[in-house]
Design a protein around this ligand. Structure first.
Ligand SMILES: [Fe+2]
Length: 180
């Protein structure tokens, strides 16, 4: 199942999806070294719908960014659930993964919160330069502030330590940190 999951994500048209999947697991294990199998699968597959071109949700179809992210989480949970069923993953494990992926943007219980935090940190660690390459300065600023606001205060220091190559991105982050 994990092999098939990885193949699907490697096929994504979003170039950072593959590294973000692995990097979210990396941060999850830093935040929660005893993360169980459900949580680890959820970390690897939480954005799977983005890799399935004919299924993925699109920003322009939703009024607000939060609604879009909610639809993205539910859609990923469904796509991952179908994969787990195809691969005969136990019902109990599949149900837990579904729950975690459904709540990966907002958090819910302690595990879902750890997944949300790992995903959020990973966005700043590996996705942000890619996001900036595809989006305007203002949109990237909005996305930075949206992600930063989700992070518990004790984890914000991690994000503050990330270094970016592009001068323009560094100045954007400086502006954002001042505004946050
Ligand atoms: Fe993500």
């Amino acid at each position: 199942m994990k092999k098939e999951l990885q193949q699907i994500i490697e096929g994504s048209t979003v170039p950072e999806d593959d590294v973000h999947s692995q990097n979210t697991l990396h941060w999850l294990l830093k935040l929660k070294p005893d993360a169980d199998e459900a949580l680890q699968i959820a970390a690897l597959g939480h954005d799977i719908e983005r890799a399935v071109e004919e299924r993925k949700v699109r920003r322009e179809d939703y009024e607000s960014y939060d609604e879009f992210k909610q639809a993205h989480a539910l859609n990923s949970a469904r796509v991952l659930d179908e994969l787990m069923r195809r691969c005969h993953v136990s019902k109990q494990l599949a149900e837990r993964v579904f729950y975690l992926v459904c709540h990966h943007e907002t958090g819910a219980d302690r595990d879902a919160n750890a997944l949300r935090d790992a995903d959020t940190i990973s966005f700043f660690d590996v996705n942000l330069p890619h996001y900036f390459a595809r989006n305007s300065f203002e949109e990237t600023k909005r996305r930075w502030l949206w992600g930063y606001a989700k992070l518990p205060e004790n984890l914000r220091v991690i994000v503050a330590g990330f270094h970016y190559q592009s001068d323009e991105l560094r100045s954007l982050v400086k502006k954002c940190t001042g505004a946050a």
